[in-house]
Ligand binder design. Structure first.
Ligand SMILES: CC(C)(COP(=O)(O)OP(=O)(O)OC[C@H]1O[C@@H](n2cnc3c(N)ncnc32)[C@H](O)[C@@H]1OP(=O)(O)O)[C@@H](O)C(=O)NCCC(=O)NCCS
Length: 142
């Protein structure tokens, strides 16, 4: 299930963030900033663990209202189950469908992920990350 972020999700989101982006994780302030400024645009994926009878936050996506993805991450133990796809589709459905995102040139998994979703390369921004270029990818309806 996908729903809006609540402040009680923060610890789980920080755990996912550290695993997904160990070199440069967003901190709690950044997440609460986005939740405050764009409450409708910070979505979490809740996995219902029926065996344990509890709900777990296993992914998130933050996007700007015009359809630019700020960040997306799925907990490593829950990857390749279509959760990232559902999160991006939620953004496509909540915007004009014209979605863009910057990806580190070395992030082959993310580039494959977005290509799988029909995104294509728009341009390269040199040194976007300071130490690395970004590829800008856009959805096929852009
Ligand atoms: C990128 C990320 C969000 C994808 O989440 P996910 O839930 O695993 O994605 P999905 O299960 O929806 O994958 C959809 C498709 O993307 C491609 N894909 C996803 N992960 C892949 C991998 N490790 N290797 C190759 N292709 C991959 C596949 O085509 C996959 O379809 P398939 O499983 O049927 O082959 C996740 O890997 C992640 O959190 N990475 C770390 C953070 C990150 O890099 N974020 C993006 C920065 S812009």
């Amino acid at each position: 299930m996908i729903r809006q972020f609540k402040s009680s999700d923060l610890e789980a989101i920080l755990r996912i963030e550290k695993k997904a982006f160990p070199k440069s994780p967003y901190n709690w302030f950044t997440f609460l900033y986005y939740a405050r400024i764009y409450p409708d645009n910070f979505l979490v994926f809740v996995h219902e663990d029926k065996d344990k009878g509890k709900s777990l936050i296993v992914g998130y996506i933050i996007f700007y209202p015009e359809g630019h993805i700020v960040s997306i991450a799925v907990h490593p133990a829950y990857r390749r189950r279509g959760i990232g796809t559902e999160l991006v589709e939620a953004v496509l459905n909540r915007t004009s469908g014209k979605v863009s995102v910057e990806v580190r040139t070395s992030n082959e998994v993310a580039k494959k992920f977005y290509r799988h979703l029909g995104f294509s390369l728009r341009t390269i921004i040199p040194e976007y990350y300071g130490d690395e270029d970004a590829v800008v990818m856009i959805s096929n309806s852009s």
